[in-house]
Design a protein around this ligand. Structure first.
Ligand SMILES: Cc1ncc(COP(=O)(O)O)c(C=O)c1O
Length: 392
């Protein structure tokens, strides 16, 4: 990589950026030297339909030739924004029949925190250990891991954490509580899947005390787990759902969904309860509309379940200490963090892009495009196995 080209671009860590990408199509990335990589991470669960999907590109192009931005969210009705909201709510339960578009996952959670407070008139927010909900002040407050928070304190007051899958901890949820935030499948914690009985008890507890239950499906939604939304695996529903990442097909997006009655709280006392200039942007929503149509193509979700099962079956190796998987969202545990670093580097040399988890350094993630070609997936897994064989 020519280091000079990035000298004016802020970096996020001490590590050099690993690749300079000049093109991406389907599940293939191309770097500045023309080398190809099979993409097994989809930009962390963003490119669920691969890169440059022709239907997403067509939808973006058509809308870009009409208009992009005309007014801040909510002031004018924009056709692609209305159509995307209709399409999204058509595949959700009636109690999530209203959609508020924002710019990113973290903004969706920020708005959801405000909505919980506004709707209940209470302050307290409960979140779950291991959570990652985003990096802005409110979302960071309800995320776990003090090492990533302490430099930015004071954060939001009256935020409390409960342990994952711990029924006794549900006692902390009481009548003072405005909302409970949970990733339906914890992503950054290494694909943690909740016990159905705990989730059911959590749902019941929130209903009993009048707290809103918010499911963050920013990473695990939009077909990733083999259902449209991960909560469908558990036969229950949240009061508020937040989405982002894959919904935009590569364009920046966030969304919160709730009943009309709940979301109407942003319309009064005060009006404009959540102001966002670019939320519901016409070009972004045109991309989302194409994504939502692709998501409903017959056979897609069955394919996700089959490919997910196949991948899990392949992940048997003396170096692999554990696998957690749901649909095409997988976490693979190795013995040490150094093994993960080594594996990612050696896969990259062999043309496979893999990635870490921020909060689980001894594991790596696999989350290919849901529509990845089966032969390409098999080629990637053969190379992954070769890299595992080489680990000392
Ligand atoms: C579960 C979850 N919530 C929220 C976010 C924040 O989304 P964004 O980076 O779009 O702000 C992420 C991002 O990784 C996430 O995985």
């Amino acid at each position: 990589m020519n280091k000079n080209i990035s000298s004016s671009l802020a970096a996020t860590s001490q590590h050099e950026a690993e690749l300079q990408i000049v093109a991406a199509k389907g599940s293939i990335l191309v770097d500045s030297e023309g080398k190809e990589y099979i993409d097994l991470i989809s930009g962390v669960c963003v490119n669920n339909f691969g890169h440059q999907h022709p239907e997403i590109v067509r939808s973006i192009r058509t809308q870009a030739e009409k208009f992009a931005h005309v007014m801040v969210y909510g002031e004018y009705l924009l056709e692609p924004t209305v159509l995307a909201a209709n399409e999204l709510t058509s595949i959700l339960p009636e109690s999530l029949n209203t959609c508020y578009f924002v710019n990113s996952g973290t903004e969706a959670n920020e708005a959801a925190i405000k909505l919980c407070k506004r709707h209940t008139g209470r302050n307290r927010i409960i979140a779950v250990r291991g959570a990652y909900h985003g990096s802005t002040n409110g979302s960071l407050s309800i995320s776990d891991h003090e090492s990533r928070k302490s430099a930015f304190r004071p954060l939001l007051p009256d935020v409390h954490f409960i342990d994952w899958n711990d029924e006794k901890d549900l006692l902390k949820i009481d009548e003072q509580c405005a909302g409970v935030f949970l990733e339906t499948i914890q992503g950054d914690a290494g694909v943690r899947i909740p016990d159905a009985s705990w989730l059911k008890a959590l749902r019941q507890k929130c209903s009993d005390v009048g707290a809103l239950l918010v499911f963050d499906e920013i990473q695990c939604g939009i077909g990733r787990t083999g259902k449209y939304f991960a909560f469908e695996h558990f036969d229950l529903k949240p009061d508020v759902l937040t989405l982002g990442k894959a919904l935009g097909g590569g364009m920046p997006i966030g969304a919160l969904l709730a009943s009309k009655e709940i979301l109407d709280d942003f319309r009064r006392d005060p009006i404009l309860g959540h102001i966002t200039t670019f939320g519901g942007n016409a070009v972004v929503c045109a991309a989302a509309l194409a994504v939502l149509k692709l998501l409903q193509k017959p056979g897609l979700l069955e394919g996700v379940q089959e490919k997910g099962k196949w991948m899990k079956e392949q992940l048997v190796h003396p170096k692999i200490k554990g696998v957690r998987a749901i649909g095409m969202m997988l976490a693979v545990d190795l013995e040490r963090e150094a093994d993960v670093d080594h594996l990612i580097q050696s896969c990259m040399k062999n043309g496979i892009s893999l990635f870490r988890f921020l909060s689980r350094p001894q594991s790596f993630r696999i989350a290919p495009a849901l529509n990845i070609d089966e032969e390409l997936l098999a080629e990637a897994f053969a190379k992954l196995k070769a890299a595992l064989d080489e680990l000392k």
